[in-house]
Design a protein around this ligand. Structure first.
Ligand SMILES: NC(=O)C1=CN([C@@H]2O[C@H](COP(=O)(O)OP(=O)(O)OC[C@H]3O[C@@H](n4cnc5c(N)ncnc54)[C@H](OP(=O)(O)O)[C@@H]3O)[C@@H](O)[C@H]2O)C=CC1
Ligand SMILES: Nc1nc(=O)c2c([nH]1)NC[C@@H]1CN(c3ccc(C(=O)N[C@@H](CCC(=O)O)C(=O)O)cc3)C=[N+]21
Length: 295
């Protein structure tokens, strides 16, 4: 069994990005600038956005955090989005999800300039991805594909079972894995809460991508020997004996499933850090496109 060390690979990617930034600087070019909009004080969102800002600093990107109060209206948020679209200094930005319930998420995501949409959530980018055209690929699925690639895990002709059909993980990873081309070419089954007899499907999987957010959901008896397991789930479990008052866990019963798996991602230290690295990668791509068009 081999651990797919997302932490290690993400550090490699960040080092590669740092080299590219240094070269941009040496050529007298502007360095990539990523912004994040955070509405409210959700603990997990604060952690994620904070680690994004720290990563930017580490590799020489510029970063801006726009932290708005929970009571921010949809109109005010749309105004911020408009400002970010207009601000030529910003190459890419994300609006951290979930948004407070009084704000229409779809409406906000639709307002993001597709050329700055480093999350790849705008329909223009999502549609291009589905049509095999160049676009911003959502960071989490992009990170999963990159992790598989860097560990030389062949997906061609393999049966990949995705659990979860969210717009940010399950749906896009199912599209990427099924794409035509050497790096994908998997046969994909996309499953969700209405799927009947999920276990009958997962036991056939060569690759399982679990993205539902239910701790200990994927158990040993649901997988076959030699399976590749990618655990996307992140759940905070309250625990007063821990320094932070909680620990985080994935969807997979790691202790037992890892005995049967050929490769498996840990949580933490698996897909999460890869997500951050690929968001930075997308921001560099945005900067390069802006440089190319002299913006
Ligand atoms: N590591 C990372 O970088 C990231 C991690 N995450 C984590 O991944 C997890 C999933 O996130 P996200 O995709 O946003 O989740 P959502 O909550 O949006 O979607 C969950 C999906 O799982 C399905 N599901 C729920 N229960 C079951 C079940 N019992 N059997 C089969 N399918 C089920 C749902 O089905 P239905 O559609 O029918 O409701 C839905 O499609 C979360 O823990 C989240 O924190 C998310 C993003 C990035
Ligand atoms: N617009 C938007 N884009 C996103 O990409 C997005 C989002 N909203 N909302 C929430 C989800 C979740 N997400 C994570 C990213 C990194 C870690 C991560 O780095 N996790 C660490 C541990 C972090 C911890 O200790 O809490 C790890 O797995 O090792 C986790 C989760 C991005 N998301």
């Amino acid at each position: 069994m081999e651990i797919l060390d997302g932490k290690k690979v993400s550090n490699q990617i960040k080092e590669e990005l740092a080299v590219e930034v240094a070269q941009m600087k040496a050529r007298g070019e502007k360095v990539p600038h990523l912004a994040a909009v955070l509405v409210g004080n959700d603990g997990a969102s604060l952690t994620y956005v904070g680690s994004k800002v720290r990563s930017c600093e580490k590799i020489g990107f510029e970063s801006t955090l726009i932290h708005l109060p929970e009571e921010t209206t949809e109109e005010e948020l749309l105004k911020q989005v408009e400002n970010l679209n207009k601000n030529t200094d910003i190459d890419g930005y994300i609006v951290q999800l979930p948004l407070p319930k009084h704000i229409d998420e779809q409406k906000v995501l639709m307002a993001v300039d597709p050329d700055k949409d480093v999350d790849g959530f705008h329909p223009a980018n999502f549609g291009k991805m589905a049509l095999d055209m160049e676009s911003f690929i959502p960071a989490t699925p992009f990170g999963i594909m990159e992790l598989l690639r860097r560990y030389n895990i062949d997906t061609e002709g393999k049966h990949a079972v995705v659990i979860g059909r969210s717009h940010i993980v399950g749906r896009p990873i199912s599209i990427l894995l099924s794409q035509k081309g050497k790096a994908a070419n998997a046969t994909v089954t996309l499953t969700h809460s209405r799927t009947k007899d999920l276990k009958a499907i997962t036991v056939q999987a060569d690759i399982i991508i679990s993205a539902l957010g239910v701790p200990n959901f994927l158990k040993e008896d649901m997988v076959k020997e030699g399976v590749v397991v990618i655990d996307v789930g992140i759940t905070r479990v309250p625990d007063e004996t821990r320094k932070r008052g909680y620990y985080i866990t994935g969807d997979v019963d790691f202790e037992n499933v890892s005995k049967k798996a050929s490769h498996i991602t840990p949580v933490p230290g698996g897909v999460g850090p890869m997500t951050i690295a690929m968001l930075l990668k997308n921001t560099l791509l945005a900067r390069e496109r802006h440089n190319a068009s002299n913006a």
